[in-house]
Design a protein around this ligand. Structure first.
Ligand code: S3P
Length: 741
C-alpha cells in the first residue's frame, strides 16, 4: 500500500481536554500531521499531554501554537471561544484552516465574525459526535472517534480543497464525516444531545433533593444508572452549550414539557389508551431508528446485514408444520384496522420485517397498536380521517407492497408525507402507482425514473377515475382502491389478468362495499370502515418452499397447516400439479372471508412443462422455488410472460439463473422468462441471493438434492417474509445453518 501524504503539516490544538486530547492522539497514531502542538491555560494538563505522548509540543501561548500551523482546532468550552479566537487572530497564517469541535455551531460562527469581521480566512466549523462523561486529557483516547459521526458545517463559499483535507483528517481518525448547514446542526443536536443531557442533569438533581436521597441512590440500579450516566459530564461545558444554543434548545424543551405533561395527565386520569400509545410508539421507534440508520429491513434478530446460509445435501422432508402468516393479508389487516372505527383484533399476523414496517408507519401516524405478541395484534382504529401527520419520513424497509399501498392512502390525507425504503426498495418502479394517482388529482414527486423516495403532497382533492392497468399488479389495484376510499365518486380498476384480491375481500370484511364485474373492481369514496376480527392464514408463498421440497426430495411426506388458498394465489399448486406433483388439499374451510386448507405433499417424479401464462400472476412470488422444481424435473420447462420478475426485490430471472449456473445448472434466460432443461445435477457452490428473501429460501430447498454443500450469501432479508425459516426448515430435514458472513 502506498502511504498517503499527511493532510496537514502542523496542527495546533487549543484546549487539551477530552476531545482535543483524543484528536491529538488520533492524529499522532495515524500520522495525519507531521507535528501536533497544543496550548492550554492549564499548564499541568498540557505537561501531562506531552508526557502521555498525546502531542509533540506544548506551546507557551495560543499565539505560539498557532504560528506556522496549517490547521487550528479550537477545542475549548463554547463560551470561551471568543476570547481564544482573539488570541489566535494575530498569529493565524493566511493559508491556515480554522475549525472547532464544539457542540453548537451558530455560536462559533458568531464568535468568528465578532473577532475576524470580514477578514478572508478559511473557517469550517466541526463537531465530532463522540465523547464520554469523563473529562480532561487523562481520558483522551485515540480511538474515540472510530465509527462515530463528525458533522462539518462549511459555508456555501467553502474552499473545496480545504474541506477535503479536513474530511481526510477526520476520516483518518476513523470517523464518518457528513456535512450540513449550521442551523440544521443546531436543531438536530438540541434534540438528540442537548435535551437528553438537560433531562439527566435535572433528574439527578431532583432525586438528590428528595428527603430520602441516600435511600434512593442506594437502591437506584439499572435504569437509573443507564439513564443518568451523562449527568456526570462536565458542568462548565454543558452550561456553555445550553446558553449558546438557546433558541433551538428552548424549542425542544417546550415540546418535551408538553408531552411530559400529557403523560402526567394520562396517569392522573387512568388513560391507559394514551399510555399504551405513547409507550408502544416509543419502543417501536427506538428499535426502528437503529434499523433505519443502517439502511436495513425493519427489525428482528435476523437482520444483521451479513448473514449466510450454509447448506448440506439433505435427504427427505417430513413433519407437520404451520408456516408464518400471509404477508399480503398482514399488511392489509394493519392498514384497514388503523383506518376503521373501533378495535380490530388480528391473529396469525406475520411478524416479519415487511409487515412490521407497515405497523410502525401507522404508529408514526398516531395509531395505537398493541403487540404483535405471538401473532396477536390489537389495533385501536382512528377512523378513515383520523391519521396524524408523521414527524418524519415513513421508512418502509424492503417492502414494495407497503410503499405502493401507502402511496394510495396518503395521496388523500390532509398532510404531506414522504416514503423511503432500503437499497432494494429504492431501486423499484413507483411510476406505476404515481401516474394513475396523479390522474386522480394527487401530487407526488418521485426520484429519477419513478423510483423512491416518494414525496406526497397533502390537502389535495382526490376524484374517482377508471383505470385500465397496463400490468397485472395487485399492488397497483390496491393502491387505487385505497385512494378511492377518499375520492369523490367511483374508482374502478380493470386488471389485464386476475391478481390477488385480498384488498377487496378485506374491505368487505370491514363493511365497505366493493363491486366486482368481470375484471373490474370498483368502490365509491366517502364510506367508513368498522373494526373487525381477522385470522391471517399461513402464507402460501412461504408454504411453496416446502411444497417444492416435499416434491423433489425422495421419500418425503409433509403436512402444511392452515394455508391460505385464495384462488388468486394458488398458481404454485396448479403449476406443480401440472408438473406431476402429489399435493393433497385437505379440510378446505373459510376464515374471515379467505379460504384455507391443510396441504399434504409427497415426493413425486416431476416433468417439465410450458407454464400457462394465465398462471403467472397467480404464482408471481413463487417462481424462484419453481425454477428449482424445474431443474429437478425430466424434460424442459418454459416460462414466458413473467417480465415482472425482473423488478421484484431483485431481478429474479437473472439472479436465479446466475445462482443455478454457480451450481453447474444451465438455463436460457429470455426477456420475459427462462427455459430450464430438467434432469440437471445440482452441484455445490456459492450463491449470492442479492438480499432477496425468496432467492435465499429457494436455494435452501435446492440443497436437498444437491451433490455438495451450498453457501448462500446476503440472507438477512429472509426475515422480511419468513421469520424462523431456518429453524422450521431444519425441523423438517433441510440441513441449513445461518451464520454471520
Ligand atoms: C403483493 C402483490 C404482488 C406480489 C407481492 C405482494 C400484494 O406484487 O409480488 O409480493 O400484497 O399486493 P404485484 O402487485 O406488483 O404483482
Amino acid at each position: 500500500m502506498v502511504d498517503q501524504p499527511a493532510p496537514f503539516r502542523r496542527v495546533a490544538i487549543i484546549g487539551l481536554g477530552l476531545i482535543g486530547g483524543s484528536l491529538g492522539s488520533a492524529i499522532r497514531k495515524h500520522r495525519l500531521a507531521q507535528h501536533v502542538v497544543a496550548a492550554d491555560q492549564r499548564a499541568d494538563e498540557l505537561a501531562l499531554g506531552l508526557k502521555l505522548g498525546i502531542i509533540d509540543e506544548a506551546a507557551e501561548s495560543v499565539a505560539a501554537a498557532v504560528t506556522g500551523a496549517d490547521l487550528v482546532v479550537i477545542a475549548v468550552p463554547v463560551r470561551a471561544t471568543e476570547q481564544v479566537l482573539r488570541e489566535v487572530k494575530p498569529a493565524l497564517g493566511k493559508d491556515a484552516l480554522l475549525t472547532d469541535v464544539g457542540s453548537t455551531k451558530a455560536s462559533f460562527v458568531d464568535s468568528v465574525r465578532q473577532v475576524f469581521g470580514q477578514a478572508p480566512i478559511t473557517v469550517i466549523p466541526g463537531h465530532p459526535i463522540a465523547g464520554s462523561e469523563k473529562s480532561g486529557v487523562t481520558a483522551a483516547n485515540p480511538d474515540l472517534f472510530v465509527g462515530h459521526k463528525v458533522i462539518l458545517t462549511p459555508p456555501d463559499s467553502v474552499d473545496e480543497p480545504q474541506l477535503s483535507r479536513l474530511r481526510a483528517l477526520w476520516e483518518g481518525c476513523g470517523a464518518n464525516v457528513l456535512t450540513m448547514s449550521v442551523a440544521h446542526h443546531d436543531d438536530v443536536l438540541a434534540a438528540t444531545s442537548h435535551l437528553p443531557h438537560l433531562i439527566a442533569f435535572s433528574l439527578v438533581d431532583t432525586l438528590a433533593g428528595e428527603d430520602e436521597n441516600l435511600e434512593i441512590f442506594r437502591y437506584a440500579a439499572g435504569g437509573f444508572r443507564d439513564f443518568t450516566r451523562i449527568a456526570a459530564s462536565d458542568p462548565v461545558m454543558w452550561h456553555d452549550i445550553f446558553l449558546s444554543n438557546q433558541q433551538a434548545v428552548l424549542r425542544v424543551v417546550d415540546h418535551f414539557a408538553r408531552d411530559l405533561d400529557q403523560l402526567r395527565n394520562a396517569i392522573a386520569n387512568q388513560d391507559s389508551a394514551m399510555l399504551l400509545r405513547v409507550f408502544s410508539r416509543a419502543k417501536a421507534a427506538r428499535d426502528h431508528f437503529s434499523k433505519m440508520l443502517s439502511g436495513q429491513a425493519y427489525v428482528t434478530t435476523m437482520s444483521q446485514k451479513k448473514l449466510k446460509f450454509r447448506l448440506q445435501p439433505g435427504s427427505c422432508v417430513t413433519g407437520d408444520i404451520r408456516v408464518p402468516g400471509d404477508k399480503s393479508i398482514s399488511h392489509r389487516s394493519i392498514m384497514l384496522g388503523a383506518l376503521a372505527d373501533g378495535e380490530t383484533q388480528i391473529e396469525g399476523f406475520l411478524e416479519g420485517e415487511d409487515s412490521l414496517a407497515t405497523l410502525q408507519a401507522f404508529r408514526d401516524m398516531g395509531v395505537t397498536i398493541e403487540g404483535p405478541d405471538n401473532g396477536r395484534v390489537r389495533i385501536h382504529g382512528v377512523g378513515i380521517d383520523g391519521l396524524q401527520a408523521p414527524r418524519g419520513p415513513l421508512y418502509l424497509g424492503n417492502s414494495g407492497t407497503a410503499m405502493r399501498l401507502f402511496s394510495g392512502l396518503l395521496a388523500a390525507q390532509p398532510f404531506d408525507s414522504e416514503l423511503v425504503g432500503d437499497a432494494s426498495l429504492s431501486g423499484r418502479p413507483m411510476g406505476r402507482v404515481a401516474e394513475p394517482l396523479r390522474l386522480m388529482g394527487a401530487v407526488i414527486d418521485t426520484a429519477e425514473g419513478g423510483r423512491p423516495p416518494l414525496r406526497i403532497q397533502g390537502g389535495r382533492v382526490i376524484k374517482g377515475i377508471h383505470y385500465d392497468m397496463p400490468v397485472a399488479s395487485a399492488q397497483v389495484k390496491s393502491c387505487l382502491l385505497l385512494a378511492g376510499l377518499y375520492a369523490d365518486g367511483v374508482t374502478s380498476v380493470t386488471e389485464p389478468a386476475p391478481t390477488r384480491d385480498h384488498t377487496e375481500r378485506m374491505l368487505a370484511g370491514f363493511g365497505y362495499e366493493v363491486e366486482r364485474e368481470g375484471a373490474t373492481a370498483s368502490l365509491t369514496g366517502g364510506g367508513r370502515l368498522t373494526g373487525t376480527s381477522i385470522d391471517v392464514p399461513a402464507d402460501i408463498s412461504s408454504a411453496a418452499f416446502f411444497l417444492v421440497a416435499g416434491s423433489i426430495a425422495p421419500d418425503s411426506d409433509l403436512v402444511l397447516r392452515h394455508v391460505g388458498m385464495n384462488p388468486t394465489r394458488v398458481g404454485v399448486i396448479n403449476i406443480l400439479r401440472l408438473m406431476g406433483a402429489n399435493i393433497e388439499v385437505l379440510d378446505e374451510r373459510e376464515v374471515g372471508g379467505e379460504p384455507v386448507a391443510d396441504l399434504r405433499v409427497r415426493s413425486a417424479k416431476l416433468k417439465g412443462i410450458d407454464i400457462p401464462v394465465a398462471q403467472v400472476p397467480l404464482a408471481i412470488d413463487e417462481f424462484p422455488v419453481l425454477f428449482i422444481a424445474a431443474t429437478c424435473a425430466s424434460g424442459e420447462t418454459v416460462l414466458r410472460g413473467a417480465e415482472e420478475l425482473r423488478v421484484k426485490e431483485s431481478d429474479r430471472i437473472q439472479v436465479m439463473a446466475d445462482g443455478l449456473a454457480n451450481l453447474g445448472v444451465n438455463t436460457t434466460v429470455t426477456e420475459d422468462g427462462i427455459v430450464i432443461a430438467g434432469g440437471q445435477i445440482i452441484g455445490g457452490g456459492q450463491v449470492d441471493s442479492h438480499g432477496d428473501h425468496r432467492i435465499a429460501m429457494a436455494f435452501s430447498v435446492a440443497s436437498l438434492v444437491a451433490t455438495d454443500d451450498i453457501e448462500v450469501t446476503d440472507c438477512a432479508n429472509v426475515a422480511t417474509s419468513f421469520p424462523g425459516f431456518v429453524e422450521l426448515a431444519r425441523s423438517v430435514g433441510i440441513k441449513v445453518t445461518a451464520a454471520g458472513e
